[in-house]
Design a protein around this ligand. Sequence first.
Ligand code: ADP
Length: 161
Amino acid sequence: MKKTVICPGSFDPVTLGHLDIITRASRMFDKVKVAVLINSAKTPCFSIEERMELLREATRGLENVEIVSFEGLLANYCREQKVHAIVKGLRAVSDFEYEFQMAITNKKLNPELETIFLTADSDSMYLSSSMVREIGRMGGDIRNFVPACVHDRIVSRLKSL
Ligand code: ADP
């Protein structure tokens, strides 16, 4: 049976940390669905279309990766898609408690669902989308934080805010 996993997140915008997790998952599993969360309660910096387009561009070389979006509960989305595993990146101890709680809650909501954690790469373990947004907005250099192929688009979008 082909093993499909979901890498969920806001990806507002995609960073080298996200790309590292997606790339490693794509080597471990047959198919990786990168699922961008549509959260109507929050106003993201990048629109859902922009976030998906940046991810598509950043993962162009990875043939078994597909970019999708979802609204509502991840546990339900996984059930609908018949996907039984979520892959997430763990950056530091600070991520652990929240992620542990989420993993247990998702399993309660959908007992067939496993959460697999990959440890962040030492080069990107300090990286977050919010840090990229903040530095970019203030005109700082984000070249070491985002995939090179989408750098210019992210910079010009952040400058326009
Ligand atoms: P962010 O916290 O950057 O806004 P997202 O909600 O978009 O992140 O995160 C999507 C997934 O990517 C989560 O599993 C998160 O733990 C993981 N992730 C985010 N940044 C990194 C990073 N620098 N290294 C490894 N994993 C990361």
